[in-house]
Design a protein around this ligand. Sequence first.
Ligand code: HEC
Length: 105
Amino acid sequence: MTLAAAAVLTATVAFAQNLDAGKPPAKLFADGCATCHRSPRGLAKGRFSLTLTWFLKDHYATSSDSAKALASYLESMDTPPRAAAKPGARSSRSAPRPPRPVQGQ
Ligand code: HEC
């Protein structure tokens, strides 16, 4: 009886550890990251996938499998709109406004 119980327990723990690995990265992101990062876009920032995997493993994901999956997911979402980064894009930014004059003092 005790042995069987132990076996069941071990199996349960192993299953629990593998739960994340079975999820698609989009779900991992929605579950674990979307609270703080609204969108997976722009997170990879053109990093190497290895660097990104390390970062994710270090900071968030528990298993290296899900870190890898997340890293490639972020990369796939991280198609920077290079065409939009035109040299003249800066000038379109609105100039800083002068401070409002202080009145009644
Ligand atoms: C509790 C809030 C929180 C959660 C949850 C969270 N992050 Fe973050 N994340 C941050 C903050 C704050 C930063 C910026 C600080 C830093 O770079 O360490 C950051 C930075 C990052 C960066 C680096 C971006 C950069 O600009 O250098 C990546 C990539 C990233 N997170 C991915 C993820 C992924 C993937 C998940 C889910 C597994 C996740 N984050 C979950 C708060 C969070």
